[in-house]
Design a binder for this molecule. Structure first.
Ligand code: 5GP
Length: 348
């Protein structure tokens, strides 16, 4: 008989962070930098662990340049050619420590990954990304890539439960991407009925990963800086953003002008837009599990980054965390039925 798990699982919208007495005098005292030593690669990371998603429209070289200037990270999408990588690396050597090269599981992806890593030896991170990280084939893929690249730090996902986090770490991954269904342009929950509320997924997966000396990325579902705070509060080591970084000068996707308003196209990586662009259409056996939206043009991404970092610093002062590292230890979530007062609408 099918089983029902009646434990309550929560999303970002279901909680707020309770303030705590604090000795911090100013937000400027808060240190958002983190350093990690990875379990399998044994490499060290130093940076501000907010990252751009490996989507066409967000994980661009332009985004990497802007984000690296704030010590943020970018998972570069997998559609740049080896020559484009070489040219970028030659011109922007200082950004390379803050980015990852992405690949799926296909043979073509693996061949290209090997070519890029060979052409740009300063790349330390590989992001292995599939919509469903639960298949035995994916675990095998992580093992193969670990053997091919014993010294690279490997990110792998996506999953949402502790046992699969453990399996991928034991297969050789260092950082596990957590999130199925929460994304702004994701339709998996509607098409497949599969998913897991993101805050609970992060709480449970962080616990599993940290128990083994691994790390996690909370991937998807952040709609505002407060959600980024909640993901870190729940134990995420990194927070990955798609929609919050869309619509900027540095984002990919065409700019459209309609009725005097500037808009930019943003689409999921398994939307029909992406599949038509990269794979010549949606294969008949699969439904597109992503959508295409037009977002308001938002100018330079630097303003958005400062807004996110400002929110993080503010949260740290509210709970008395002098460092981002201390945020989850000082976080108590309270369940709520309402987040904001929307009498004047719910835009910022
Ligand atoms: P966001 O920050 O926009 O809420 O979520 C970004 C994340 O959504 C990405 O990092 C990725 O994990 C996920 N995503 C991107 N495109 C698609 C898609 O087409 N379908 C699904 N199911 N998820 C997607």
């Amino acid at each position: 008989m099918p089983r029902i798990d009646t434990d309550i699982k929560l999303d970002f919208k279901d909680v707020l962070v309770r303030p705590k007495r604090s000795t911090l005098k100013s937000r400027s005292e808060v240190d958002l930098m983190r350093s990690f030593i990875f379990r399998n690669s044994t490499k060290t990371y130093n940076g501000l662990p907010v990252m751009a998603a490996n989507m066409d429209t967000v994980g661009t070289f332009e985004m990497a340049k802007a984000l690296a200037s704030h010590s943020l990270f970018t998972c570069i999408h997998k559609h740049y050619s080896v020559d484009e990588w070489k040219a970028f690396a030659a011109e922007n050597p200082s950004t390379l420590k803050n980015l990852a090269v992405s690949a799926g599981t296909s043979q073509t992806d693996v061949v290209k990954l090997a070519q890029i890593v060979k052409a740009v030896p300063a790349i330390d991170y590989i992001c292995l990304d599939v919509a469903n990280g639960y298949s035995e084939l994916f675990v095998q893929h992580v093992k193969t890539v670990r053997e091919m690249f014993p010294e690279h730090t490997i990110m792998a996902g996506n999953v949402v439960t502790g046992e699969m986090v453990e399996e991928l770490i034991l297969a050789g991954a260092d950082i596990i991407k957590v999130g199925i269904g929460p994304g702004s342009v994701c339709t998996t929950r509607k098409k497949a009925g599969v998913g897991y509320p993101q805050l609970s997924a992060v709480l449970e997966c962080a616990d599993a990963a940290h128990g083994l000396g691994g790390h996690i990325i909370s991937d998807g579902g952040c709609t505002c800086p407060g959600d980024v705070v909640k993901a870190f509060g729940a134990g995420a080591d990194y927070v990955m953003l798609g929609g919050m970084l869309a619509g900027h000068d540095q984002s990919g996707g065409e700019t459209i002008e309609r009725n005097g308003k500037k808009l930019k196209l943003f689409y999921g990586m398994s939307s029909s837009t992406a599949m038509t662009k990269h794979a010549g259409g949606v294969a008949e056996y699969r439904a597109s599990e992503g959508k295409t939206v037009e977002v308001t043009y938002r100018g330079d991404v630097n303003g958005t980054v400062l807004d996110i970092l400002g929110g993080l610093r503010s949260a740290c002062t509210y709970v008395g965390a002098g460092k981002l590292k201390e945020l989850s230890r000082r976080t108590t979530f309270i369940r709520v039925t309402q987040q904001t007062n929307n009498i004047f609408g719910n835009s910022s």
